[in-house]
Each structure stands twice: as structure tokens, then as C-alpha cells.
Design a protein around this ligand. Structure first.
Ligand SMILES: Cc1ncc(COP(=O)(O)O)c(C=O)c1O
Length: 388
């Protein structure tokens, strides 16, 4: 009854979907008695500024207020200016396509750049949706490993993975799940590799810089976007992280202004139809009107840092090894020696739920999401600090 495409998509997302709906976590999801450190969902009331902006912008000012909205000129112009300041690159309004979050931006990028059978390289551990989204796009996922113990980009491994069908390399910085922000020197090395490899295979390799955590950085860490280093770069961004409101879909796909004119223009020209063809991947009207207000808001990064420190201390006492994150709202933790499944269940027995590393193909690690409430953190500290 189902199409082969639907079956393939379901299979590709199986591990994530089973964790959400058919696991011990699935059984307890939403139960107020659990301390939930799994997904980047809010565990407290939303930012008041977000609520105020949505309320204000929901009131119609003309008959077209709720008409079809594509990438509207006002938010495009506003964002081109803001991005130019933030990243030091001269974005123009048509470089910025408004999307319903980073999910849609990534999907649009895949559709714009990848033909059936084209290969896309990304580094693991990775966000668990790149692979199934590539499979859904009829492309071929080509994961390479990040370099332990600090999970550095492995440019040699990327270069070795590049073949005649390679079309795209995905870089996620700040990185989910490790929290790493890649240094300019690493990105320069990668750019040189992509330049060399593009010449070798006779085909331009593009880079997708997935940056939804760009504003969530600890300890005054700086940030360099790959878009400033490698001209053939597209940026995917989402407000779902910085506002902790992933259900209010808003994001964008931005073309690096350093991209040569012909490719930049071709992408600008194709993006609108691609967004329509993929099922109207534009954000809704109210979120578009609210962009200037939302740009000023952020969740409390100091609070995330406090939770990071308290949880790191407890987990370390429990014998686990925590990688100190530069950004994002995650801790990436190596299980204390022993059976990681048994240990995950021991946490769950005490109502504490973390994301098992097998969702990111790394069984000996787990992810702790810092968006849990302070009250959840307090309850979980003795559990994380316990040995055995
Ligand atoms: C690395 C990465 N990219 C993209 C996304 C998708 O973000 P959104 O749901 O806000 O579109 C996520 C969400 O977890 C993510 O971690």
C-alpha cells in the first residue's frame, strides 16, 4: 500500500521515531515526574518577549495579513543587514530565503544541490536527521568520523571520502551533540581541501553550514561561519534554539555573498520554486512579521552555563567523562565503564532520561540537554553522581 519512498523514509528515521514513541522514554514523555534531558524542548514557560511579539503580530493590520507568505521583503532586508553585521559578509536580501526552521532550510538545500545518487559527507556523531533526510532526498549519506577525544573535524577523512559523486559537505557548528565550535584554522583547512577536491573530481563541491546554535555560545567564545571562508557555502539557521521554541517554526537558508555571481544567482532564482515544490517551506505570516522583535531575544545562556557546570561536576563524580562544550545546549558525555544500556536504564529507573548515544551512532556516549529546568537538574544531580 505504501510507496517505496514512504517505506525508505520510515526505515531511515526508525531509530529516532522508536526512541520518541516506542521506548521507555516514549512511555514517560511529558510525565511531570521525570527529569527530561533528551530533546531540545522547553521544560519551562516560553520567553515573555516571544509571546508578546506573537500576540502583537497576530492582530491584522490589513486584508493581506494572513494571505500566502513567501520570503517577505521586509524580513529578508532586515536579516540581510543583521547577517552582514554578525558575520562580516555583504548579504543582500535575495540571499536570504525564509524557511520554516532549519529542517526546511536543510531540505531545500538538499533539493537545490543534490541529484539522485549524489553523495553528501557529514561528520559523526551527527544530528540524527542528516542521514534520513539525505535518504529521503534520494541522495547518498557518506559519514566520516570526528577525531576523538575532542571530536575535531577530520579533514583528511573528509578528503579521503570525496569521490566523483560527492556534491556536498555538511558542517554543523556549534556542533550537536559535542558542543564544539570549529576554529577558523580548521575551516580554512577544510576549504583548501574542498577546493583541491573540486578540481580533482571536476565538479564543484558545496558546503552546507548548519548553524542553528550560532548564538548559544559559552565563555565569550567567538564564531566563524564557514560562509566567510569557503565561497560555495549555504547557511541553515533556526530560531527554534535561541528562543527555545521549536514548535514556532522560523529559520532561513542564506547564500554566502562570496559565492561567484553565476552560482549565487542560479541559487537565488531556484530557491522560491524549490520551497513551493517541497510543500510550502516558508514560515507563517505572524513569525515573519515578528522577525525584528525576535532577533533581539535569547534564552538565558548564563543559566545554561550554570547547569552545564553543576551537571558536569555530578557526572564526573559518577565516573562519566564530560566534553566541555563551547556552545549549543548539550553535554556530550562518555559513559563510565560498563554496559551503557544497563546504565541508561538505571537512570530511567530513577526517572532521569538522557539521549542514548546510539541515536548518534556512538554507543559509548550519551547526550544531556541543558534545556531541562533547574528543578529537574536538582533532582538529577544525585542520580548522575551515583556510581554503579
Ligand atoms: C544540528 C541541527 N540542525 C538542524 C536542526 C533542526 O532545527 P529546527 O527544528 O529548529 O528546524 C536541529 C535540531 O535539533 C539540529 O540540532
Amino acid at each position: 500500500m505504501l510507496s517505496q519512498r514512504a517505506v525508505t523514509t520510515s526505515d531511515a528515521f526508525r531509530v529516532v521515531v522508536d526512541f520518541i514513541f516506542a521506548s521507555r522514554y516514549g512511555d514517560r514523555r511529558g510525565d511531570p515526574r521525570i527529569a527530561d534531558f533528551t530533546f531540545g524542548n522547553p521544560q519551562e514557560m516560553p520567553l515573555p518577549g516571544l509571546v508578546a511579539a506573537i500576540r502583537e503580530q497576530a492582530i491584522p493590520q490589513n486584508k493581506d495579513w494572513y494571505a500566502y507568505k513567501t520570503s517577505e521583503e521586509a524580513p529578508q532586508t532586515f536579516l540581510a543587514e543583521r547577517l552582514s553585521q554578525e558575520l562580516g559578509l555583504p548579504f543582500e536580501p535575495p540571499d536570504v530565503a525564509l524557511t520554516s526552521g532549519a529542517f526546511a532550510a536543510i531540505s531545500v538545500a538538499f533539493h537545490l544541490l543534490l541529484d539522485a545518487g549524489d553523495e553528501a559527507i557529514y561528520s559523526e556523531p551527527a544530528w540524527f536527521c542528516y542521514e534520513p533526510m539525505l535518504v529521503t532526498a534520494n541522495a547518498v549519506p557518506r559519514p566520516v568520523a570526528l577525531k576523538k577525544p575532542r571530536f575535531d573535524l577530520d579533514v583528511d577523512a573528509i578528503e579521503a571520502a570525496i569521490g566523483p559523486c560527492t556534491r556536498l559537505v555538511i558542517v554543523n557548528t556549534p556542533h550537536n551533540p559535542t558542543g564544539r565550535i570549529y576554529e577558523r584554522a580548521d575551516l580554512e583547512e577544510l576549504a583548501a581541501c574542498l577546493e583541491r577536491a573540486s578540481r580533482r573530481i571536476g565538479r564543484r563541491i558545496f558546503l552546507l553550514s548548519d548553524e542553528p546554535y550560532r548564538r548559544l555560545r559559552f565563555d565569550n567564545r567567538g564564531f566563524t561561519s564557514p560562509a566567510a571562508i569557503y565561497p560555495w557555502t549555504l547557511i541553515s539557521y533556526s530560531y527554534g534554539k535561541v528562543l527555545l521554541s521549536p514548535g514556532q517554526r522560523l529559520g532561513y537558508l542564506a547564500i554566502s555573498p562570496r559565492m561567484p555571481h553565476a552560482e549565487r544567482q542560479a541559487l537565488r532564482d531556484a530557491v522560491f520554486a524549490t520551497q513551493m515544490g517541497l510543500g510550502w517551506c516558508f514560515p507563517n505570516a505572524v513569525m515573519q512579521y515578528a522577525v525584528p522583535q525576535l532577533e533581539r531575544l535569547s534564552i538565558d545562556v548564563q543559566a545554561l552555563a550554570r547547569r552545564r557546570d553543576a551537571l558536569t561536576e555530578a557526572l564526573t563524580r559518577g565516573g562519566h567523562t564530560v566534553l566541555r562544550p563551547d556552545g549549543t545546549f548539550y553535554l556530550w558525555v562518555k559513559w563510565a565503564d560498563g554496559d551503557s544500556e544497563r546504565k541508561w536504564n538505571a537512570f530511567a529507573d530513577r526517572d532521569v532520561f538522557v539521549m542514548p548515544g546510539n541515536l548518534m551512532k556512538t554507543d559509548d556516549y550519551f547526550r544531556v540537554c541543558l534545556t531541562a529546568s533547574d528543578e529537574m537538574v536538582e533532582r538529577a544531580l544525585p542520580v548522575f553522581a551515583g556510581r554503579g
